[in-house]
Design a protein around this ligand. Structure first.
Ligand code: ADE
Length: 344
């Protein structure tokens, strides 16, 4: 299928996403990276190409192009004009979504999770920045961290959304996605991720893994919503509810499924008429100054440093590279980190 690259939609943790237009005028999104750094994107292609659900961004194809004398690996997928859930939050000046909007998005995300879990796939990086929006609602995207449930691979994801068992390095199964979903619900409500007051990835992982605390549930939620979030944020992954069980929770009953079609277009704060792409920034997810943190467990510190790709003990990278620490962590088996390897 021939296509022409359009404008850049955003720079993800491992590739750049642009629009793509075919000769017949159809618009897609294309995620691209130089072939030599395309291992993660090719893995994402393997997962996306077997999935087909209204709640998962659709796969369209993949190819290799030569651009500016470089060989580029491209993953083509459905274009979602509303941007990410973070863009929705940003468009409201980091304001929150209301409970009905949150219930609708949550139901669709769980339907997506139930679907991918039924394939034996764990997403491993559920967060607002990986949930895409169109006029009908939301879909799960970015399978760059995904793994088979029984696959023995290094732990991956975004610290603030990591479940306690992942932070402790014990396991990363389906229930880790459910914990992350609980964090996304809070993110939608407060316009910021949980633990955003904690100022280093190491501190966040300690807090999540060893404090026994779950993120605070905002007061504004109804009792049903609070109970739902609590079921997502149960410390013990065995006791934490599954996607299938959560779909039957009363919090989601309040939303009439027939409203799906009109949900976003009727919203007084709809972002669909706006150019959300001009304002894409990862800054909402970037911590402030986390050089000051003191950690007491060498083993965890080393593990976090390895996850964060920092070979120098006790130091974090500074400046722009900090962002990678707060974003998706993907350590390959040899400890190398894939992150920020855009191709232009
Ligand atoms: N950003 C990342 N993937 C996207 C997609 N498929 N559509 C729109 N924006 C995106």
């Amino acid at each position: 299928m021939g296509w022409t690259r359009g404008h850049v939609l955003g720079h993800g943790s491992s590739a750049t996403v642009s629009t793509a237009t075919t000769a017949t005028g159809e618009t897609f999104a294309v995620k691209s990276v130089v072939v030599s750094k395309s291992e993660t994107l090719q893995r994402e292609q393997q997962f996306l190409s077997i999935l087909s659900s209204p709640y998962v961004v659709s796969y369209t194809g993949c190819d290799i192009t030569k651009e500016n004398k470089k060989m580029i690996y491209n993953l083509l997928m459905e274009y979602m004009p509303g941007g990410t859930v973070i863009d929705v939050i940003q468009a409201r000046n980091y304001g929150s979504l209301n409970e009905l909007e949150i219930a609708n998005y949550t139901r669709q995300i769980i339907q997506g999770l139930e679907y991918i879990h039924s394939f034996g796939i764990v997403h491993c990086d559920i967060k607002g920045a990986n949930i895409l929006v169109n006029k009908n609602g939301v879909k799960i995207a970015d399978f760059g961290c995904a793994k088979w449930a029984n696959e023995d691979v290094p732990f991956r994801g975004t610290p603030m959304f990591m479940a306690p068992e992942v932070a402790r390095g014990e396991s990363q199964g389906f229930k880790a996605d459910i914990w992350a979903l609980g964090c996304v619900i809070i993110e939608m409500a407060i316009g910021n991720s949980p633990w955003s007051n904690v100022n280093s990835p190491i501190s966040v992982l300690y807090k999540i893994g060893f404090s026994g605390e779950s993120p605070d549930i905002p007061d504004g939620f109804s009792p049903k919503a609070k109970d739902f979030i609590k079921k997502c944020l149960i410390q013990d992954p065995e006791a934490r509810w599954s996607a299938t069980a959560l779909l039957k929770h009363p919090f989601l009953e309040q939303f009439d499924h027939d409203q799906d079609q009109n949900f976003l277009t009727c919203s007084p704060t709809s972002i669909l008429d706006q150019d959300v792409w001009g304002s894409i920034q990862q800054s909402a997810l970037v911590g402030s100054d986390y050089n000051q943190e003191t950690c007491t467990s060498n083993s965890l510190r080393q593990r976090v440093e390895q996850l964060a790709g920092n070979p120098e003990k006790g130091k974090f990278r500074s400046g722009a590279e900090k962002e990678i620490d707060w974003m998706t962590i993907r350590s390959s088996c040899n400890g190398a980190v894939t992150g920020g390897d855009e191709w232009w």
